[in-house]
Structures are given as structure tokens and as C-alpha cells.
Design a protein around this ligand. Structure first.
Ligand code: NAI
Ligand code: MG
Length: 488
């Protein structure tokens, strides 16, 4: 089996104590590579390297324009290697090659966009209310950033963090998911090839408790950016609070996909399927609650079942496959357990509801109707191909059900009534609302959660701000010294 050492201070290295762990291919359920199992000593070495690179040496001395050029070069290298990187992702997380291929081809845009933005970060000259002073602001990078990522879209979610962080002038220590560490290490090779100075980008692989936790609490880490479960996000948020660290969190969701009677039903069916069965439902923005207006409920369900039944399960590497396996054994068990919970709560099983009869961690696309808003299957994140259908009467009902959730990441609204589209977009508590589409994202458009779905926004111009801090500089150009005991 191929062995993947971690990447610290510009070089590939084994863990300090020489340990390894296996990573699995979800399609076969078999281990396919070994990854260095890091610990506190490795974290400390990586953070110190990142801190050194931040404070002095080529990265610290580089102009923002030069930093941007490096990021764009990295983007070019990712573009050249997109197919190869996508295959590593599929091998490690089991998502469709079609999906990961599309993600990887899109990935360079993050480095082009934020690379371009690097030298457009400007302070301001403040037209003060006081005479005799010149006051201006500087935008300064925070320092070492810890980026902790999940297994569902490993490189894409990593790019959302590191592209703005590096553009801002920070340095990063990445802790990829223990289930999908390989692609971050393959990316490290491209960082080397692009010519990034040592210490700017580091990858420490291993488990949450052994690597993630010491990384979050390391005193030299100034910001933590995390995507993953709300449970882990809550712990990280508390740890950051105790040390006054900056933090941004992209957590889970239970996103409502709301279909009104005046919608184009075929488009909405397509959107509903894309919302929950694409990526086997393993996306934070999964449209896992389908809200149907009562008059169209039955007709819609019929169309939905017809389309969902044709979904082809299989080898994620094959172009005709539409639904791949669940990424981890634990997640597979979790998805199956929620199916039992939904049955016990009295939801009606319309489709699927069991493991697919094949090797690997496959769950059949599953649909429940007659779901009530307070049921666990309507409230808790499953993170799998399990759809809950709820019925509503009026626009007000739809809003009340949609917002009856601790989460607020995404929402879909399907209607041909323009006024209703705007009203719903205003009333829904979610970081993203899609009208007559679903699951669209861009490097240019802010992404993040309301409520328990997270803190902060990734993507878009403002993303770079979350890796900067503002300094206000006052220069006396002739103001009188005045009374030392009063405010100036
Ligand atoms: P997780 O939140 O435990 O893991 C995410 C990352 O955090 C991994 O790199 C992990 O090693 C790290 N981590 C774990 N504990 C940590 C700690 N104490 N300190 C620092 N880092 C730590 O998520 P996991 O176990 O992979 O999946 C569990 C559930 O989370 C899923 O069933 C799903 O519901 C949800 N999830 C949500 C995602 C999203 O995009 N919002 C992505 C992945 C999972
Ligand atoms: Mg794996």
C-alpha cells in the first residue's frame, strides 16, 4: 500500500512517533493507502514552521502582488492536475468521478479570484472630526490559520479556506479529515511545485483528538476555520473563545426545499433529487426536507418517485453511475439508524429504506412522506440519501415549517410567482436561498450559515476580511498637546 507522509515546513515527513493509519475506499470497503498518524509534536512543529514563515523570510517579505501571482500559479497547476486529483478524491471518499471531476475543474477559480484580490486589499483614510491628525487604517493578516476540513468535498472545502487566507498573507496548517487525507497531501506537492516558501502551507494528518484538538488550542494559532459537524464546531468554538481566537464555522444543515403549487414541477422534481441524492446526500446543503404545498403533494410525489427509482447505483468511477457509496462505515451505520428512527416515528416509507445489495457502503435512495415538523427525521442532520417530505398549506405555513429548525444553511424555493419568490427569500432564515434552482455555489458568492449552521462567511469579496485585522493609525500633524487628563 502506498504511504503518505505529512507535509511540514516544505518537506514530507513521517509522524514524530512513526505511526500510520489506513484510509479506505468506500466503494470496496477496503484500505487502499496509509497516512501518517500525527500527534501533538507534529502539530507543534507545523505551527511553529507556519509562525516562522509568517513573521520572517520570503513569504513575509513578499508583496501582495507577488503572493497573488503565486496563488494563480497554484491555480494553473491544479487545473493541469484536476483529473488526477479528482481520482484520488473518488478513491478516498467514494463520491462520483463526475462530481469530483466537476469540483476539481472549478477549483482553480478560487486561487485565481483570491489571488487577484490579494493586492486589492486597501485600508482607508478617515476624514476625522478632529483637526491636526492624519488617521488611516491598515489591514493586516491575522497570522497562523488552522484549517480543519471534513470528508465530503475535501479539496473544495479546503480551497474555500486557504485561498482567502493565503491571499490575506496568513500561513496555514491544514488538518484534513482522517477519512480523506490523501488529496490534501497531493495538493502539497503542487504547493512545492508552485514555489511557495516552506512553512506557508502545512498538512498534519491524523485524528480529531490527536491532531485537531492540539491544533485548535495551540497558542500560536490565531484563527481556526472549520467545516464539519455542529458537535465538533461547538467544542472548537468554546476552545477558541477561551483563547480569544478568531473562528469561522461551516456546520450542518436540515435545509428546506419548498415547492409551491405554481412551480414548474418538472424542474422542481429535478431540484429535489439533486438536493438529496446527489453525492448520496452527503453535503451540508442537502435539501433533506422537501416541503410540498398540499394541492400538488400527490402528483409531485409520483413524479419524484418515478425519477428517484431510475437512479443508478454503482462504481463512482463509472460515468453512468448516479449514486455512489456512503463515505465511511460509521456514516453508513448512522444513515441506516435514521431510517429506523423515521419508521418508528410513524413516517411512511415510499422508497428504499435499506442497504443496497452490493459490496461497499451503499444505502438505497430513501424517501419518507407524512413527516411531521417535530420528528427527529425532520430536525436532525442525517447526511445521507434520506428525504423527508412535509406538507404545507399556505406561504405562512411554509415559512413556519422551514424556520422550525436549529439549522439555517440553505433553502430552495420553487415558484413562478415573482413576488412570492422575493417574500420567501426575505423570510427564510438561511445563509443561502436558491429560487428555482438548488445546490449552486460560486467562489464569488458568500456562503455560510444562520443559527447553528455556523459563524462567518466563505467565498466572495468579504471572505478575505475574515483573515485580516484592522489597525487604526493616528499621526499628529500639529494638534495641540492639550490637557493630559482628558481624552483627545
Ligand atoms: P467531524 O465534525 O467530527 O469532523 C470534521 C473534522 O474535524 C475532521 O477533520 C475531524 O478529524 C476534525 N475533528 C474532530 N474532532 C475534533 C476536535 N475535537 N478538535 C478539532 N478537530 C476535530 O465530522 P465527522 O465525524 O467526519 O462526521 C460526523 C457528522 O458530521 C456527519 O454525520 C455529518 O452529519 C456531519 N458533517 C457535516 C459536514 C458539513 O459539511 N457540514 C461535513 C462532514 C460531516
Ligand atoms: Mg477514505
Amino acid at each position: 500500500m502506498k504511504q503518505y507522509p505529512m507535509f511540514i515546513d516544505g518537506a514530507f515527513d513521517n509522524a514524530a512517533d512513526g505511526r500510520w493509519f489506513e484510509t479506505h475506499n468506500p466503494y470496496t470497503g477496503q484500505p487502499w493507502a496509509e497516512v501518517a498518524r500525527g500527534g501533538t509534536a507534529d502539530v507543534d512543529r507545523a505551527v511553529r514552521a507556519a509562525d516562522r514563515a509568517f513573521r520572517s523570510g520570503p513569504w513575509a517579505e513578499m508583496t501582495a502582488t507577488q503572493r497573488g501571482a503565486l496563488l494563480r500559479k497554484l491555480g494553473d497547476l491544479i487545473a493541469e492536475n484536476a483529473d488526477r486529483l479528482a481520482e484520488f478524491e473518488v478513491q478516498d471518499n467514494g463520491k462520483l468521478l463526475a462530481e469530483m471531476g466537476a469540483q476539481l475543474k472549478y477549483l482553480p477559480q478560487w486561487f485565481y479570484y483570491f489571488g487577484g484580490l490579494a493586492d486589492k486589499v486597501e485600508g482607508a483614510v478617515i476624514p476625522l472630526d478632529k483637526k491636526g491628525y492624519f488617521n488611516y487604517t491598515r489591514k493586516e493578516p491575522l497570522g497562523v490559520v488552522a484549517a480543519i476540513t471534513p470528508w465530503n468535498s475535501p479539496l473544495m472545502l479546503l480551497a474555500w479556506k486557504i485561498a482567502p487566507a493565503l491571499a490575506a498573507g496568513c500561513t496555514v496548517v491544514v488538518k484534513p479529515s482522517e477519512f480523506t487525507s490523501v488529496s490534501a497531501l497531493e495538493l502539497a506537492v503542487l504547493f512545492q511545485d508552485a514555489g511557495f516558501p516552506p512553512g506557508v502551507f502545512n498538512v498534519v494528518t491524523g485524528f480529531g483528538g490527536e491532531v485537531g484538538s492540539p491544533l485548535v488550542t495551540h497558542p500560536l494559532v490565531k484563527k481556526v476555520t472549520f467545516t464539519g459537524s455542529d458537535a465538533t464546531g461547538r467544542v472548537i468554538n468554546q476552545q477558541c473563545a477561551a483563547q480569544f481566537k478568531h473562528v469561522s464555522l461551516e456546520l450542518g444543515g436540515k435545509s428546506p426545499n419548498i415547492v409551491f403549487e405554481d412551480a414548474n414541477l418538472d424542474d422542481a422534481v429535478n431540484g429535489a433529487v439533486s438536493g438529496i441524492f446527489a453525492a448520496s446526500g452527503q453535503t451540508c446543503i442537502a435539501g433533506s426536507r422537501l416541503l410540498l404545498q398540499e394541492d400538488i403533494h400527490d402528483a409531485f410525489v409520483e413524479k419524484l418517485l418515478a425519477l428517484a427509482k431510475t437512479a443508478k447505483l454503482g462504481n463512482p468511477m463509472e460515468a453512468t453511475t448516479q449514486v455512489g457509496p456512503i463515505t465511511t462505515a460509521a456514516q453508513y451505520e448512522k444513515v441506516l439508524s435514521y431510517i429506523e428512527i423515521a419508521k418508528a416515528e410513524g413516517a411512511t416509507l415510499l422508497l428504499g429504506g435499506k442497504p443496497a445489495s452490493r459490496s461497499g457502503w451503499f444505502v438505497e435512495p430513501t424517501i419518507f412522506s407524512d413527516v411531521e415538523p417535530k420528528m427527529r427525521i425532520a430536525q436532525e442532520e442525517v447526511f445521507g440519501p434520506v428525504l423527508s417530505i412535509l406538507k404545507f398549506r399556505t406561504e405562512d405555513d411554509a415559512v413556519a415549517i422551514a424556520n422550525d429548525s436549529c439549522y439555517g444553511l440553505g433553502a430552495g424555493v420553487w415558484t413562478r410567482d415573482i413576488g412570492r419568490a422575493f417574500r420567501m427569500s426575505e423570510r427564510i432564515q438561511a445563509g443561502t436561498v436558491w429560487v428555482n434552482t438548488y445546490r449552486a455555489v460560486s467562489f464569488m458568492s458568500p456562503f455560510g450559515g444562520y443559527k447553528d449552521s455556523g459563524l462567518g462567511r466563505e467565498n466572495g469579496l468579504s471572505a478575505i476580511e475574515s483573515y485580516l485585522q484592522t489597525k487604526s493609525v493616528w499621526v499628529n500633524t500639529g494638534a495641540p498637546t492639550g490637557n493630559p487628563f482628558t481624552i483627545r
